[in-house]
Design a protein around this ligand. Structure first.
Ligand SMILES: Cc1cc2nc3c(=O)[nH]c(=O)nc-3n(C[C@H](O)[C@H](O)[C@H](O)COP(=O)(O)O)c2cc1C
Length: 376
């Protein structure tokens, strides 16, 4: 039976993933903050975006290819950064990097990944982007940028929608610790997930390895605190300028949700903006990203990446119709990995591809540019 027969939608992978990873890991991956209203709003608002059906176009094979920041891609999709990916599925970072290299799509490695850039970069080929949570110390900053570049990551993504830690009540209730430890309660959950546990036995319990490589600099840190938060600062416009001066490749700002910010970013020499509300994980009073996308599109000519709540190819068409140039997914690729291991990531991409093709047929869009005219 083909994967498409057994798992035709991302929802099928999500359901299987939930059974194959311990509950505390599921709560880490799938929860948002507050009462999770933003997470729900992302879905509801995407559902409200309607596209014009269009008939009598004859036979055609839609062309999904696109150019973004001067590079050709077979489709306008990439993998968003997810911290502690390797906790969700052991070895996730390398698996996703390999999938991205094979499929010709970007993979964004998080600052708080469980693997080092040096160990992941070679797997990503020329598809590696590096996401920065901004270190306070300029020497650490320079060193991280250097290490990312040397490891093959050519595009830098500065995440700006985490100025402070969010509360993520559901994740806290789940009992995850930092670094993750199998307490007796969590070990019982892990025992019910043999494939996950076997993987963890091979990789070791995931840790914030990049951050930990700087732990000697602040020896007085309380060991219970998340070292990622202790080393990072809340960036401002001067920080962005510094980064622009010190990174000679494409620079993207992630977590834009406001047209005024979008307009100003063009003056700062940024190459693209990433419209995101972090899938509702940071601020439960945030608008759905799809609702702010049209006003951000109107405010800037910069290329726009979109994420938060994408669950299928139709959602991708919706984002493009409202002004996005490229679309990223975080959780969906991890549902794929947790459901099926490494082939699951490629299957997620194939679901999205097939779903885009089917829906482009319904709206008579022969290529990505044509989708922009289909908003109802
Ligand atoms: C478990 C988890 C961890 C994440 N960690 C990071 C991170 O380290 N850096 C970052 O910029 N965004 C992070 N994000 C946000 C994603 O990059 C992305 O914006 C979001 O997941 C997109 O929504 P989606 O999961 O609905 O596709 C994380 C998201 C999740 C679900």
């Amino acid at each position: 039976m083909s994967l498409h027969t057994k798992y035709p939608a991302i929802a099928d992978l999500k359901a299987r993933a939930r059974k194959r990873i311990p509950h505390f890991v599921w709560e880490y991956l799938d929860s948002a903050t507050g009462v999770e209203a933003t997470q729900k709003r992302n879905r509801r608002s995407l559902d409200h975006v309607l596209l014009k059906p269009s008939i009598l176009h004859g036979e055609f094979d839609p062309d999904l290819s696109t150019t973004f920041l001067g590079k050709e891609y077979p489709l306008p999709i990439g993998i968003a950064p997810v911290g502690m990916s390797g906790l969700v599925w052991p070895g996730a970072e390398q698996m996703l990097a390999r999938t991205a290299a094979k499929e010709g799509i970007p993979y964004t490695l998080s600052t708080v990944a469980s693997q080092l850039p040096e160990d992941v970069g070679p797997h990503a080929g020329d598809q590696g982007w590096f996401q920065l949570y901004p270190p306070r110390d300029p020497e650490i900053r320079k060193d991280i940028l250097n290490r990312a570049k040397k490891s093959g990551f050519h595009t830098l993504v500065l995440t700006v929608d985490v100025p402070v830690a969010s509360r993520r009540e559901r994740q806290t209730r789940g009992g995850i610790t930092n670094p993750p430890k199998l307490t007796p309660r969590l070990a019982m959950q892990a025992a019910q997930c043999p494939a996950w546990l076997n993987g963890i036995r091979q990789t070791g319990m995931p840790r914030l390895r990049l951050m930990e490589s700087y732990s000697n600099i602040k020896t007085a840190l309380p060991s219970t605190q998340h070292i990622g938060y202790l080393l990072r600062t809340s960036p401002d416009w001067d920080y962005l300028k510094w980064l622009r001066d010190h990174w000679d490749g494409p620079l993207i700002v992630k977590g834009v949700g406001n047209p005024d910010d979008a307009a100003r970013l063009a003056d700062e020499g940024v190459d693209a903006i990433w419209v995101s509300n972090h899938a509702g994980r940071q601020f439960d009073g945030s608008p759905a990203t799809i609702d702010v996308l049209p006003s951000i599109r109107a405010a800037t000519t910069l290329p726009i990446i979109f994420d938060s709540g994408i669950e299928g190819g139709l959602d991708i068409l919706r984002a493009i119709a409202l002004g996005a140039d490229f679309v990223m997914l975080g959780r969906a690729f991890h549902y794929g990995l947790a459901a099926l291991g490494e082939p699951g990531a490629a299957h997620v991409l194939d679901i999205l591809r097939q779903d885009m093709i089917s829906n482009m047929g319904q709206i008579g869009a022969r290529n990505i540019a044509a989708i922009q005219q289909t908003r109802l």
